[in-house]
Write a protein that binds this ligand. Structure first.
Ligand code: HMN
Length: 288
């Protein structure tokens, strides 16, 4: 369960339908070219919150079929509809996904007891393990050290994908829960998280920059911080350019530049203009 995990994208056609061939190519690119340890499926990067339950299930099936046992697979099953979350948790457990993850319930201002009940309800229904997906900037849900500890009391909750720039809390978590798995969620801050001894990282840009991400992680683990810093600098030149041009559509366009049929993003995300498409290809040439 440790290492570098790509937050997998899905290839959609112009009508928003799954492009199965493209999705399979994206899976293979991550395994064969980016050489990541695992895939995080149907997360934010997978446009999970824009698609139907049926499409989520189809994506889980295609990815498992293509990846087989080549890499570790984590299924993001979180949903505001707890019945859907449980259904997807059962579905992916049956498909033999190695672990589940669920975003903290968002939109309504749930209190912590409600959040805890959400995780315990999902896990009571399956024989699997759970990684909490914490991303306060998008969900508005922040948890403190003690609250993470309360979630971790459930032994099936084995860790957290920590997508926040709060290195004070990350250090406290590392110290307080040495046996739980901590994953860095912001690729541009991978080095900072790695020196705090996280167990791995889950990121969108690893779809195109997985090899550098591994270098940063492994150099930091080996104490070679100066060299890791140089690779993080190269990485951040790439990420800054991607963010400036539009995160998910630009990663897809870069993948197309690399010969991967990555398709387009689903509405309401807008397609890249011709100028931005050209810029994405320039980014690929300059920074990959
Ligand atoms: C997911 O759920 O798809 C990812 O794990 C999310 C991941 O943490 C990414 N966050 C978002 O896209 C909001 C990062 O990889 C992020 O895209 C990257 O650090 C650039 O900011």
């Amino acid at each position: 369960m440790k290492g570098i995990f790509t937050a997998l994208m899905c290839s959609f056609d112009e009508e928003g339908k799954i492009n199965e061939k493209g999705l399979r190519e994206m899976v293979r690119n991550n395994i064969d070219v980016q050489k990541v340890d695992g895939l995080y499926v149907n997360g934010s990067t997978g446009e999970n919150f824009l698609i139907s339950t049926e499409d989520k299930k189809r994506i889980f099936e295609i990815v498992k079929d293509e990846a087989g046992d080549d890499v570790t697979l984590i299924a993001q099953v979180g949903s505001l509809n707890i019945d859907e979350a449980v259904d997807l948790a059962k579905f992916t457990t049956d498909l033999k996904y190695d672990a589940l993850s669920a975003v903290t319930p968002f939109y309504y201002k749930f209190d912590f007891d409600e959040i805890k009940d959400y995780y315990n309800t999902i896990m009571a229904n399956v024989d699997n393990q759970m990684i909490v997906y914490s991303i306060p900037a998008l969900t508005g849900v922040s948890m403190n050290l003690e609250q993470f500890g309360e979630l971790f009391e459930n032994e099936k909750i084995i860790g957290v994908k920590f997508t926040a720039p709060d290195f004070f809390l990350l250090e406290r978590l590392r110290h307080a829960y040495p046996d739980k798995l901590l994953y860095s969620g912001f690729d541009e801050m991978l080095l900072s998280a790695s020196v705090l001894n996280v167990d791995g990282a889950i990121g969108s840009t690893f779809n195109v920059n997985g090899v550098r991400a591994r270098k940063i992680f492994e150099l930091a683990q080996a104490g070679a911080v100066e060299e890791a810093r140089a690779v993080q600098k190269e990485t951040n030149d790439l990420i800054a350019a991607i963010l400036d041009n539009g995160l998910y559509p630009t990663i897809k366009e870069i993948l197309k530049h690399e010969g991967v049929d990555a398709g387009v993003c689903r509405k309401p995300m807008k397609p890249l203009t011709e100028a931005k498409k050209a810029r994405a290809h320039d980014i690929a040439k300059k920074y990959l």
